[in-house]
Design a protein around this ligand. Sequence first.
Ligand SMILES: [Zn+2]
Length: 323
Amino acid sequence: MSRDRGPPVHRIEFEMEWPPGHVACYLLAADEPVLFDAGTPDGLTDGPRESETLREGVAAAGYELSDIEHLFVTHPHLDHVGQVPTVVDAADPTVYAPVGVRERFAQDADALAERVRANARAGGLRGDRLTSAVEDAVESLERDRTLLAPERVDEWVEPGRVSFGPVTAEAVHAPGHQADHLAYFVDGDERLLFSGDTVMEPFRAVVLHDGMDDGHREAFVAYFDGLDRLATRDADRVYPGHGAVHERFHDLVERDRESLDRRLDAVASLVADGHETVPAVADALAGDRPSRYLFTEAMSALARLREQRRIDIGVEDGVSRHR
Ligand SMILES: [Zn+2]
């Protein structure tokens, strides 16, 4: 590979149902080819089989799946670890994943279910919404740790310098969307950022952090801290999980910070207008769209506003009511 012009990067796109309609992973063509993230699992859409999409994408770059020597994971969401088993079977690469995932995947699913149930109930979720919140949390844990099998991870990556084959990079902790998320800045004449679900052009990634587990209380602060860390770095080009490859690193870090500030302001106004609970706030934020993916963001925003003493909380019949 020609280091002076920066390493060539090949993008492989998988169709998805939710916006912006795709997720991307990237093959860094080097003496020891590196894959950043691994797309969606087989059968997620009615489109082409996802393992074939991966195989064809790697072939278009002039490689075979079995050539991949290193596999980096930014965060353990379904659309980023879906083809880890395919790559592991075909290539037996060195697998790198954020260190926080090790403990997260080792946790007891029943204990997680209990914490999520308690938080969701206190937030005002009832009936089907409560049941799905708990089921989703457990199913995500079970599914994600099956795809990214912890016993198959070779290196649990701590934030900081990391080298692999001929490449060196810096892993930066950028939580908020997902609590363990790492963004990888690869050294070279051009500094390339494999950003996962951070610093994306179409939108700021939703606050999911650790879902409705206890970490929702710190999710906004964690998100802001991660953006602060990113802002002190630099990237010439960004390869994100969703949306186009771009060169607007600092602009978009700033946009995300402003978006989080605006979200807190919007939730404070909704509370002032009488939206007292998590689902009431999430429904109002979602408008015509499904509000389910905003429950965690709403719960996290309310927790942050309480901590800032911008809103008050009273508990009635076990439900936290904000005003
Ligand atoms: Zn994603």
